[in-house]
Design a protein around this ligand. Sequence first.
Ligand code: GLN
Length: 548
Amino acid sequence: MARFIFITGGVVSSLGKGLASAALGSLLQARGFSVRLRKLDPYLNVDPGTMSPFEHGEVFVTDDGAETDLDLGHYERFTGVPARKTDSISSGRIYTNVLNKERRGDYLGKTIQVIPHVTNEIKDFIAIGEDEVDFMLCEIGGTVGDIEGLPFFEAIRQFSHDRPRGQCIYMHLTLLPYLAASGELKTKPTQHSVKEMQSIGLAPDILVCRSEHPIPEKEREKIALFCNVRKESVVAAYDLKSIYEAPLAYHNQGLDQAVLDAFDINPAPKPDLRVWEDVADRIHNTDGEVNVAIVGKYTQLEDAYKSFKEALTHGGMANRVRVNVSWVDAEVFDSEDAAPYLEGYHAILVPGGFGERGTEGKIRAAQYARENKIPYFGICLGMQMAVIEAARNVAGVSAAGSEEFDHESSGKKRFEPVVYHLKEWVQGNAKVNRKADDNKGGTMRLGSYDATLTAGSKVAEIYGSTAIEERHRHRYEVDTAYKEQLEGLGLKFSGMSPNGKLPEIVEWEDHPWFIGVQFHPELKSKPFDPHPLFKDFVRAAKENSRLV
Ligand code: GLN
């Protein structure tokens, strides 16, 4: 039976609750416990799948095909535990479930209310799979006091009430602002935030206080006294150079010990932190740097490409180089030569994306990389752009394009669909169908699929295998109609779906490193286990920078 840790935030948002949860998960693992992390989001969207990356950052896809919050990416990167559909839920989904049950008559005509129907739905969700792990860490999105969050806070209050004493604890993240004028850290916002929690029946066991300055002993005592937590349970969270220092930093501040104390786990198993010590060593002891351009569309909000940046960092750690990522807006060179914008980068990555905007620029970036033998990594849309580039500029199919950009409703066809809209495919042993009028959410090829790699190809060598599994999230596919022609010209389709119908990977021969993949390898990379493609891509960038 799992112990539950509920993680909430107060004072301001963006304090790094997700990171603190993930780091705590990894510390509990280091002490030999099994963990699962879960995110409960109060917003009303049914899932983040249809939310704009500009608004909400990237959509993180799980093996079982859920489109989830990017915090699940942190959870996986820190614990290595693959997230599942049942690890992310929003108010929208909770209400949908409740209303569906009501329509089906499951509530036998009762009046449906937030308490107990919505809160029960939340509690049921929290408990899913509790027998599988030692600790279940549940993070509540937003901050205490948000109207939307109330049913979640009420549910976690009831949850602990329903359970035997000592099975649940609450960890609350707050901010200690620094007043430069008086040179003081202020504890009042934290006190207010805890009061807010207490007013809804919750009392934090652990307080994690974000602070830009060391917390003096006196202030720590004050927080403990006013907020009714033990002094050792007031844990400081200082700014870090890298997020991957968080597990060691939290350990040094006593977070995992405070958690074990709160559960009365005595004696506490000793932690084995070697993995994180090695990670920290790789961050601090680098031998040079490489400059990588991410040529995309959502360049104003870095969170939109969170996992790409992290996977590149992991690749850098594997090669002991610092990876400097520049965000290059593809739209700028939609109708001009890309060279002046891309010169000087040691490698180019074109990430996933939706819609036509900026795609001409991405095609030009692929052309620049192919012609100048610059390492190119095309991911999902980035692979599709590389194939369109090859079709246009090498195979002479000048109108080559994607069906995604020819709006079915406009009736006009501007492009030769080298990339087409897939309506039926196979997952495992089952056929999946998509109708034109399906809802926007969840109509993609989503989740983990197998691919078969050509023996002797560059990718087979990089993976060290010819059978792989990777995560997908897209509607369109490269058409095999052009496979033979393009392969004859040197663009090898070196990875295919097991039935040979869907291209999964392309690579240019006679190029130091030009690989396009239809899936999202960045989602599976970890600091202690970098994805092989990212590891090798950064190696190629390093070679290109003539460091080796
Ligand atoms: N828009 C493209 C498709 O749906 C690519 C998606 C992506 O890059 N994730 O196929």
